[in-house]
Design a binder for this molecule. Sequence first.
Ligand code: PHE
Length: 479
Amino acid sequence: MFGGRCLVALETAGSGREGWSSRSAFVLAAIGSAVGLGNLWRFPAEAGANGGGAFVLFYIFCVVLIGLPLLLSETLIGRHGQSSAPESARRLARESGASRHWSILASLGVLSAFLIVSFYCVVGGWVLHYVWIFTSDLFQTGLSGGAFQGRDPAQIEALWPNLAGNGGLTVALDALFLGITLFFVARGVSSGIEVMAVWLMPAFFVLLIAITVYGAFGGAFHESMAFLFSFEPHKLTGSVMLAALGQAFFSLSLGVAGMITYGGYVGRKVNLATTSVIIAAADTFVALVAGLCIFPIVFAAGLGVNAGPALMFQTLPHAFQSMPFGSLVGIFFFLMVGVAALTSSVALLEVPTSWLMEKTGLRRVPASCTIALGAMILGALSALSTNELAEFYPLNFIPLFEGQGVFDVLDGLTSKLFMPIAAIMTSVFVGWVSDRRLVNAETGLSPTLQGIWRFLVCWLCPLTLFGILAVGIFPNLFI
Ligand code: PHE
């Protein structure tokens, strides 16, 4: 499946810029970017809160018809330009005889990636803390029983609010997670990002499958299958559809120039259509398996699955209490989430780093340290901000952000505004503005598939994304 190693290495080296050493390295790094907290934390939370089957089915529909065409569009801009994301977009615009200002689509993505990495690492830090909590619990309560023996559920559920409310600890954990991310980005594409992906992604898949198989023996597997895959049409409401579309989008790392940046390190001979299909399929597979990993454990403990964001940090630790080897499973589970989060945060940090290197001529180490320092300052603000303090924040006067802390404001600003705007611009740019011959030469699609892809990019993507954008700005639009 992953042939053509030498060809790719030679090609990329020929462009005078560092690049992936093989096609499989690119595919693994891109899967690592896509698979993250979005799959393991957000997807099960959204599926649980939005009624299961209807959400899941529509999610798959969105991945195939909107996510996949956009993924191919982003990677082809990057591969054509062989530069940082904005420069790649500018190059394609210039060669198509279009305004160079189209590069704004990628500049907006660079800004989003910077904002997202700042709060993504805060959550990464929480995950590290849970690995520690379960490890120390293993020493206290022993191997074979459930986790947190002798503690009542309220105490277990208080772990999360206690952690989020402990400013000093959250900032320290954020710094630790960001520091690990920086380590890999500072080492470079082939000796840092790629090495990490090649080692950690297989480890991630082993952990995911092992925990899922173990959880399946807990008895609630059929119940979970029914919840995730039984389609009840009346549950497919407008808000469920939008949640599914937004989730597909975030999960595939679209709209933040991440795939343009990674595409910029890909050699000329790689078939971008095939690799895009592999990346989207792997990402969707992980989201579905994450559901099949988490829901049986939660159902077997007799708990509810509709806790939203609290599902992973409150419901699940509670469920591990009644599970044999609960602390050990807890350690492995949060290690797995940490690995997935790391391969995504590395992608997020790489986007602004590659931009800064190109813009200023700085070398990789100082450029990545500068970006990480900025992300640390912003991350500390997120870590320290709670929604109770929100009235003091500067964006409070905008209805979209009323009553929210820095964390939620940054999340809302990127996922509801910047990412959809960047993605609409990307589809219009690739579908309508760019030179058809240049674009077609990059996709690797047969003429028939080319036609279908073009239709999706020109019409379906911008129109539906416009829907997300409208609802993001005016939440009550369809009510
Ligand atoms: N796709 C990642 C996830 O599912 C998040 C991400 C978004 C990573 C954008 C990189 C760029 O968690």
